[in-house]
Design a protein around this ligand. Structure first.
Ligand SMILES: Cc1ncc(C[n+]2csc(CCOP(=O)(O)OP(=O)(O)O)c2C)c(N)n1
Ligand SMILES: [Mg+2]
Length: 280
């Protein structure tokens, strides 16, 4: 799909990868955000390292390609430095729920005003199929040839318990629903987590399983306890926005209305201050 959000970089995702659905959903979300008055130059993205992170190469938005598991921490710094930006942090299950989990938990705890999009394929795909924090028990890969002897994390429960104020789940094949969720997450003022169920066609092909299990909720849960109940379901996979609550964001509590960019003195102001100091 060529459009004005494409970069022209060669796409090296496997044909049929769930990442294509996420890329298209993000593009649609950017268009609908523009229609709702959030200009493209106010959007900023960060990405970790992994197959998921290549979205950085294929999406024509400003951003920083960070280290493995660090897109959430860099995103928080960007948001604090320029509160006018809407910051999207792309991560994977290995990067976000493994290597960078402390950054993810603390971003939720302090209600950092960023949107984290997790491409959860239940595997370390770029490094060719090792077990990740969300791999199912029994999952066979190069690091677990006899089957995964651990149980997976429940990332939605972790995020809700950590204090996330917007928690959503969607299947990468449902592009319309996913784009609506991403746009709503970006508009949310506070920490938003979009867990995307993303089949890795090569290393963990979960298309049929997800297609059969995802089940859209009518509305976000009314209470945290109800949201946790939804997140704990395993037979069906409740999807959509599961929880949304208003709480002052980290930046608002730290800075109030102060904006480091808008209040940054320009060259003339700085010279004037120096002159005043020298005349004292
Ligand atoms: C600090 C660090 N540790 C490990 C790696 C090696 N590494 C690169 S990608 C990756 C796995 C990525 O898995 P995930 O975040 O789930 O992304 P996916 O490829 O599945 O999209 C690993 C372990 C690295 N680049 N940097
Ligand atoms: Mg992965």
């Amino acid at each position: 799909m060529r459009d004005d959000l494409s970069t022209g970089a060669e796409n090296t995702w496997c044909p049929g990868c769930g990442n294509f659905g996420i890329l298209n959903a993000v593009k649609r979300a950017v268009s609908s955000l523009e229609e709702r008055g959030i200009a493209r130059d106010r959007l900023f993205m960060t990405a970790c390292i992994g197959c998921h992170a290549k979205i950085f190469d294929y999406l024509s938005l400003s951003g920083i390609y960070t280290l493995h598991g660090r897109s959430m921490s860099v995103a928080q710094g960007v948001k604090l430095a320029n509160p006018d930006l809407k910051v999207l942090a792309f991560t994977g299950d290995g990067a976000g729920y493994g290597e960078g989990i402390a950054h993810l938990l603390f971003a939720a705890k302090r209600n950092a005003d960023i949107t984290v999009i997790v491409h959860d394929n239940g595997v370390y795909a770029l490094t060719t199929g090792q077990r990740s924090p969300t791999s199912a028990a029994g999952f066979e890969g190069p690091s677990t040839p006899h089957g995964n002897e651990e149980d997976p994390f429940n990332p939605l429960v972790l995020m809700l318990e950590a204090g996330a104020t917007f928690v959503a789940r969607e299947f990468s094949a449902r592009i319309d629903e996913l784009s609506g969720i991403i746009a709503a997450a970006v508009e949310h003022e506070g920490f938003s987590l979009v867990e995307v169920l993303q089949p890795s066609i090569t290393f963990n092909d979960t298309y049929e399983e997800y297609a059969a299990a995802v089940d859209t909720v009518d509305a976000p849960a009314a209470t945290l306890a109800d949201a946790l109940r939804l997140a704990r379901e395993t037979e069906r996979l409740p999807s959509g926005v599961l929880y949304r609550v208003e709480r002052p964001s980290h930046g608002a509590r730290l800075y109030g209305d102060w904006n480091p960019v808008a209040s940054h003195p320009n060259r003339d102001d700085r010279l004037e201050r120096v002159r005043t100091l020298m005349n004292q």
